[in-house]
Design a protein around this ligand. Structure first.
Ligand code: P6P
Length: 335
């Protein structure tokens, strides 16, 4: 019988590769896994209990909060605080960062930026949704309350990034800067089991993902790139296929496995882009780069952007290395 490697076994084994590690990061990741299982349980029965629909208030983004959004935010906040290894969390669901200022947490060395339930507008129609997280070492002195500067770090400072996709199966995918690992939840064991030990994004692919409903407002270069995708050219395997789920984790995960490019350019309703730098674009960019892909904003590499605010939005182009390079070529040529 084939040996199953659980997430906890993998984390402990990986810790042994970092001689200076004292188990803090392993403990933090373990608690993220617990929160993911709690959210998975609720997402899987969302249609059965009174957890669907609106909770009657709005989040910082002005979006009506779904009950699952609130549940997911609370589940991750509880586990991150319980780990004792996190001194603060910047969440899509909260206007300001949540600081854990008592007990063990005050001496914790990590902060987390997260989107506890991304794509939540898809919950009612049973489309895959996800959690996205990124982990940084705090900049402020240990033993003091975390401050805003701890959260406004460039993506290149990230210690780890990952996402959980609650889909036909539930997967946790993460990187610590040494490749990308995928774990699939085995409900019969209640464990995330290593299923994708070394995830790589092909240099090119046939899938482009973009909400073409915004076509009229796209930058000229993006309009030209979309037409390029649609023109027949056997040498470059075109026309490509358009696939857009409207849930970043699901669109990204498909492109990670099959190759492809995801684009969210500036639009009329979101002139600086819709996706948030800290807890959507940065973590997905770190994972993409670690899997051999790349990720750009309007003016360069996403991970080089100096954040100005927790909920800052940026244009986002991420995926297969050669496909993202082609998008940037069209954008710069059009300029
Ligand atoms: P649109 C979901 O609301 C989200 O934040 C991402 O998960 C997704 O990629 C994007 O917005 C979809 O936006 O404007 O195409 O519906």
């Amino acid at each position: 019988m084939q040996k199953v490697i659980t997430l906890n076994e993998f984390i402990i084994h990986q810790q042994s590769e970092f001689p200076e590690a004292r188990g803090s990061f392993s403990c933090l990741l373990h608690h993220i896994g617990i929160a993911a299982k709690k959210v998975n349980r609720e997402v899987n029965k969302a249609g059965l209990v009174d957890i669907l629909g609106r909770v009657g208030c709005e989040n910082i983004q002005g979006e009506e909060q779904q009950k699952l959004d609130v549940f997911a935010n609370e589940a991750f906040m509880t586990e991150l605080q319980a780990s004792g290894e996190c001194c603060g969390v910047a969440s899509e669901e909260n206007e300001d960062a949540t600081i854990f200022n008592e007990g063990l947490c005050r001496n914790a060395k990590y902060i987390v930026c997260m989107d506890p339930l991304d794509g939540s507008s898809n919950i009612d129609v049973n489309v895959s949704v996800g959690t996205i997280f990124s982990i940084y070492r705090r900049k402020s002195p240990i033993g003091t309350p975390a401050i805003l500067e701890d959260f406004l770090q460039k993506g290149s400072e990230m210690v780890a990034a990952g996402y959980i996709m609650y889909g036909s199966s539930t997967m946790l995918v993460y990187t610590v800067g040494r490749g990308v690992y995928g774990f699939t939840l085995d409900p019969s064991l209640g464990e995330f089991c290593l299923s994708h030990p070394d995830m790589k994004m092909s240099a090119t692919g046939k899938i482009y993902s973009i909400n073409e409903g915004n076509y009229e407002k796209f930058p000229v270069g993006i309009k030209q790139y979309i037409k390029y995708c649609q023109v027949k050219d056997e040498q470059t395997n075109r026309p490509y296929t358009s696939r857009y789920i409207g849930s970043l984790v699901a669109d990204f995960h498909r492109n990670l496995l099959k190759g492809g490019v995801f684009m969210y350019p500036p639009t009329d309703s979101h002139p600086t882009g819709k996706l948030r730098l800290l807890y959507e674009c940065n973590p997905m960019s770190f994972i993409a780069e670690q899997a051999g892909g790349q990720a750009f904003g309007q003016d360069g590499r996403i991970l080089d952007i100096e954040p100005r605010s927790i909920h800052q939005r940026v244009p986002f182009y991420v995926g297969s290395y050669d496909m993202v390079a082609k998008v940037m070529e069209f954008l710069h040529k059009a300029e």
